[in-house]
Design a protein around this ligand. Structure first.
Ligand code: SF4
Length: 390
């Protein structure tokens, strides 16, 4: 994809060499002092309770929204002891509207453990912080560095994006090897002096310059040595989550119709994409669909619907289907393939329905269309292409 954003278009010139961890930290701390966010209410307090509360609220929520909730929360629960003593329903009420309610439950449980296990003061040690409910490694690093000045790294979503772009790290950041690489960068770069301001700088840079869309590279203090900018890869990094490989499913469908076009439909009760819908009977198979392997199940279906006399016809059609293309039905999470056995039976049967009268999945229309083609084909018409993408 061509990068059309003038602020992120690649810079030609010699290959870039990223700064050392020390230089990187110094540049960011300097930038934060001049251009970073300075007046957020949880900054410069040295209060681990406030830092923790803001970190948990910010995990899935924008700063502007958090500000309102943060004030309200602190008015009702000004200390971690107040929060620990509050009724869970009151905590949930304070959180109502912020979403991801497991955060509120963890918040309450965490406050209780801070009181019970640590005498009401958040521990300084990262491992102790990580042992508390709802506190992961990055949140622990943020609390330790911002509240206590501990040299602890952070790696939230903003920081991952900055590292991936600045160092040109490819691969989905949640993959363990990539994540390990990013944590290594985070550990290497966090300075002994001013680790809190450095971590704040990383968060500020990710939130205000190195944003997910339209990053402002021209105003970024890292632009001179940013690998992604130099290589024209800003739009491609971080690497998006890989799409899962969709399972390939194969079926032989038995389309039985009477002279009025009514079709034998089976109600689907099993859990799955077709639950609660009506379809012609289908037999799952593999790509080879050997007639000998499928016949027993098809015989059961024929017997169930009083159609055992069709056994020979079904066997012959099965043999004809070998080597013919599949009818393809693509869904988001799976790719389904069908071959159709078409039977005509005179007279109405209680299991025969007009498809307009029943809820049927979209594929059923295609199966019926295919059955019509098969019918023509057996009457000497030219065989038609039956692979359809829709
Ligand atoms: S680190 Fe700076 S220069 Fe590099 S992509 Fe992000 S905003 Fe642009």
């Amino acid at each position: 994809m061509v990068d059309m954003n003038p602020a992120t278009q690649s810079i030609s010139g010699p290959a870039v060499c990223p700064m050392t961890g020390e230089q990187f930290a110094a540049v960011l701390v300097n930038w934060q002092a001049q251009h970073g966010r300075q007046s957020l209410p949880w900054q410069h307090t040295g209060d681990a309770y406030k830092v923790w509360l803001s970190e948990v609220m910010l995990q899935q929520t924008q700063v502007a929204t958090v500000l309102t909730y943060y004030d309200k929360f602190l008015r009702v629960c000004p200390t971690v002891r107040d929060l620990a003593c509050a009724a869970e329903q009151d905590v949930m009420q304070l959180w109502a509207g912020l979403g991801y309610y497991s955060r509120a439950r963890n918040l309450h449980a965490c406050a209780q453990q801070v009181v019970e296990r640590f005498g009401g003061a958040f521990p300084r040690d990262v491992a102790d912080l990580e042992s508390l409910p709802g506190i992961g490694r990055s949140t622990a690093g943020a609390i330790a560095s911002l509240a206590y000045g501990v040299q602890a790294p952070i790696l939230d979503g903003n920081v991952k994006r900055v590292f991936c772009r600045y160092y040109g790290v490819e691969g989905y950041p949640e993959q363990s090897a990539v994540k390990k690489q990013l944590w290594l960068i985070a550990e290497t770069n966090v300075p002994q002096i001013n680790p809190g301001q450095y971590n704040q700088a990383l968060m500020d840079l990710g939130a205000t310059r190195c944003t997910p869309r339209n990053p402002d590279c021209r105003q970024c203090p890292l632009s001179d040595s940013c690998v992604a900018l130099r290589k024209g890869m800003v739009g491609q990094l971080p690497t998006p989550k890989p799409r899962k490989v969709r399972p390939m499913l194969y079926f032989v469908s038995l389309v039985v119709q009477d002279e009025a076009g009514a079709t034998l439909l089976d109600y689907q009760t099993e859990k799955g994409v077709w639950q609660g819908l009506w379809t012609p009977p289908c037999v799952a198979c593999d790509e080879e669909h050997q007639p000998a392997a499928l016949l027993p199940e098809l015989e059961q279906i024929l017997s169930r619907w009083g159609l055992s006399d069709a056994r020979q016809e079904v066997l012959e059609q099965l043999q004809c289907l070998q080597g013919q293309p599949w009818l393809v039905h693509e869904l988001t999470h799976r790719k389904m393939h069908f071959k159709v056995l078409a039977l005509k039976r005179p007279g109405l049967h209680t299991a025969f329905h007009q498809i307009s009268e029943k809820p049927v999945p979209r594929i059923v229309h295609k199966l019926l269309e295919q059955a019509g083609r098969s019918d023509e084909s057996t009457q000497g018409s030219v065989a038609q292409q039956n692979t359809l993408d829709f």
